[in-house]
Design a protein around this ligand. Structure first.
Ligand SMILES: CC(C)(COP(=O)(O)OP(=O)(O)OC[C@H]1O[C@@H](n2cnc3c(N)ncnc32)[C@H](O)[C@@H]1O)[C@@H](O)C(=O)NCCC(=O)NCCS
Ligand SMILES: Nc1ncnc2c1ncn2[C@@H]1O[C@H](COP(=O)(O)OP(=O)(O)OP(=O)(O)O)[C@@H](O)[C@H]1O
Length: 197
């Protein structure tokens, strides 16, 4: 039986970067945002149902995220409708991964883990965190979201302090080296059969 570790945190706090550190230590990874990318891609299963609601958001590459971000910004009903389409498809993708994954530790990178009750499927949860100032700096430095779009998404997420309080392990993403040390320590505990710090 493999160990199921949920990896969460707020937008831009370092989930994807930290997830790759778990992969480097021999874990198998499932990434919810990457699953959404597959669903939105040219052959993606979410393209047709999203197109039925927001035809402007469909282009030659599937769902156009720039258009979708601006629709979400101006129409408060848009994101719940998109989630109703996307979340069941993401859930099915995760089930397919679980059915075939072959590693002692499976890591599930899920930004909305607690918001969607996904922690119930996990043996433990690790939460990445950094300060809100650093979070904003990192997200805006990517240049994909405006400040207003970032704030709208952040406001939808559970506050980071609550995520931290509900997690078994914490990973501070202040430097890459520090995060790697924390990942290695967590895996030592899990592999030694100890869930809690
Ligand atoms: C809002 C969208 C257009 C932003 O796309 P973009 O390419 O800029 O960002 P990306 O997809 O990489 O997501 C970045 C981060 O935004 C946050 N985020 C994304 N969707 C949501 C959401 N529905 N609620 C709260 N936070 C979200 C997460 O922290 C995520 O890691 C896109 O994320 C989307 O279509 N989201 C709806 C599907 C969804 O709920 N995905 C979350 C994982 S299941
Ligand atoms: N341990 C770390 N030390 C320094 N910088 C980091 C660390 N981890 C992540 N970062 C930086 O923070 C930014 C966001 O990281 P990453 O994309 O991993 O976050 P995320 O939580 O997956 O984001 P999102 O929620 O938007 O998908 C990147 O620029 C990355 O280089």
């Amino acid at each position: 039986m493999s160990f199921h570790l949920g990896l969460t945190g707020s937008i831009g706090m370092g989930k994807s970067t930290t997830a790759q550190m778990f992969v480097a230590e021999g874990c198998a990874l499932w990434d919810a945002d990457q699953a959404v990318h597959r669903l939105y891609g040219p052959q993606g299963v979410a393209v047709a149902p999203i197109g039925d609601l927001f035809s402007d958001a469909i282009g030659p590459e599937g769902v156009d995220r720039t258009v979708l971000r601006s629709i979400i910004q101006t129409d408060p009903t848009a994101l719940p409708q998109i989630e109703a389409i996307v979340h069941p498809l993401v859930q099915a993708d995760r089930a397919a991964f679980k059915a075939q994954a072959d590693a002692d530790v499976l890591v599930f990178d899920i930004p909305l883990l607690f918001e969607t009750g996904g922690e119930q499927e996990m043996d433990a949860v690790a939460c990445v965190f950094t300060s809100e100032e650093e979070q904003q700096r990192r997200v805006l430095a990517r240049g994909t979201m405006t400040q207003a779009q970032f704030e709208q998404i952040r406001a939808k997420q559970m506050p980071i302090d609550e995520k931290k309080a509900r997690s078994d392990f914490l990973i501070e993403t202040d430097t890459v080296e520090h995060a790697k040390e924390q990942v290695a320590a967590i895996l030592r505990q899990i592999r030694a059969g100890q869930k809690h710090a």
